[in-house]
Design a protein. Structure first.
Length: 95
């Protein structure tokens, strides 16, 4: 049963599409380039993703609650990379 549920989840992750990315330039904080909203399959959105710059380049800081716990975040490195690439592409279009 667990293997069947796991395979369905993996299938869902593989077909999830990033359908829209909004980027807003914001340099009020140190190392912050802006914020982004990412929409998946026109059904699910993650807002207030900070686009940051560091020693190794750009990275994403996903939204947290007041205690610093992540509210939404990618679990796999592949998903994180897909989101980062989509945000950076949109950021370059806006500039």
């Amino acid at each position: 049963m667990f293997k069947k549920i796991l395979s369905v989840l993996i299938m869902f992750i593989n077909i999830t599409l990033i359908t829209r990315v909004d980027f807003y330039k914001d340099t009020t904080e140190t190392n912050t380039i802006g914020t982004a909203t990412v929409i998946f399959d026109y059904d699910f959105a993650i807002k207030d993703i900070k686009v940051m710059t560091g020693k190794k380049g750009e990275y994403l800081q996903f939204p947290t609650d007041k205690d610093g716990r992540y509210l939404a975040f990618p679990i796999s490195e592949d998903s994180r990379t897909k989101i980062l690439n989509a945000v950076l592409e949109r950021m370059k279009e806006v500039e």
